[in-house]
Write a protein that binds this ligand. Structure first.
Ligand SMILES: [Zn+2]
Length: 253
């Protein structure tokens, strides 16, 4: 599995190649390509950085669909008319949205992260995709299940045919949280070590997918920890407020 390979110095992006279809693009950038956000971090270089990333994937950066992510639990159905929203300016990005789904070809969806988990969803039989921004706030609201349910509703996607992929995120090795998290998460995913709590964000989201009916064999995890591998990925917890964002991108061809 390509994503579990050891870090390659100066790798610009990873292709997520675990899903059974060639008519699909699924990738995420590393920090080598720079900040991808027009809102967080050093946003002045972001358009140029996006161009560099998307040109290498054969995508026109002006068609990119971006959301104003708010750690909420809204999923939006994206169509051709939405192409380019948020591509050139943060102001016209899709508001209040943390997951994008579509059944349209050549509409590139994006999610921006630095520690939060990006989740790629793919239903090959009823060709449709979803891209989810899953931080701890959304995860405690069972957000993953809601995004999957909307794919079922809109596209008649069957959960047993659904694939899921986890991009880079801060993992249970590094994601230290306060004791108040015991109100939201069970000990299975809130690991106690030396009197401190660590959250297993990917584990929580995997559990939600399984509970929603996704098959274990169809879930692929890059297992990349942004904090352990902060030379290669942005980590908000490690770098603080000026931290840039990676882009996860997904598109049906
Ligand atoms: Zn780690």
């Amino acid at each position: 599995m390509i994503l579990q390979s050891t870090p390659v110095k100066n790798r610009k992006y990873y292709l997520f190649e675990n899903f059974p279809n060639l008519n699909l693009l699924c990738a995420f950038s590393t920090r080598i390509l720079g900040n991808m956000s027009l809102f967080y971090g050093n946003a002045g270089d972001a358009l140029e950085n996006r161009k560099n990333f998307l040109v290498s994937l054969g995508i026109d950066y002006q068609n990119l669909v971006c959301a104003k992510q708010v750690h909420g639990s809204l999923t939006r159905y994206i169509r051709e008319i939405d192409s380019g929203k948020g591509a050139l300016s943060y102001d016209n990005a899709i508001s209040d949205t943390d997951a994008l789904i579509t059944d349209r070809k050549n509409v590139p969806l994006s999610i921006f992260t630095a520690d939060c988990l990006s989740v790629f969803l793919y239903a090959p039989k009823t060709p449709s995709i979803g891209l989810v921004h899953a931080g701890w706030r959304s995860s405690k609201e069972n957000f993953m299940v809601k995004a999957v349910q909307l794919m079922q509703e809109k596209f008649n996607a069957k959960v047993e045919d659904l694939y899921a992929g986890f991009g880079p995120a801060i993992r249970g090795c590094c994601f230290e949280v306060g004791g108040e998290f015991t109100d939201f998460f069970t000990p299975e995913y809130l690991i106690k070590r030396d009197g401190r709590y660590y959250l297993d964000l990917a584990g929580i989201n995997k559990k939600q997918l399984l509970a929603g009916g996704v098959q274990d064999k169809n879930i692929f995890d890059s297992k990349i920890c942004t904090s352990c591998r902060s030379e290669e990925f942005f980590s908000y917890r490690k770098e603080g407020i000026g931290c840039g964002r990676m882009m996860s991108i997904m598109m049906l061809r």
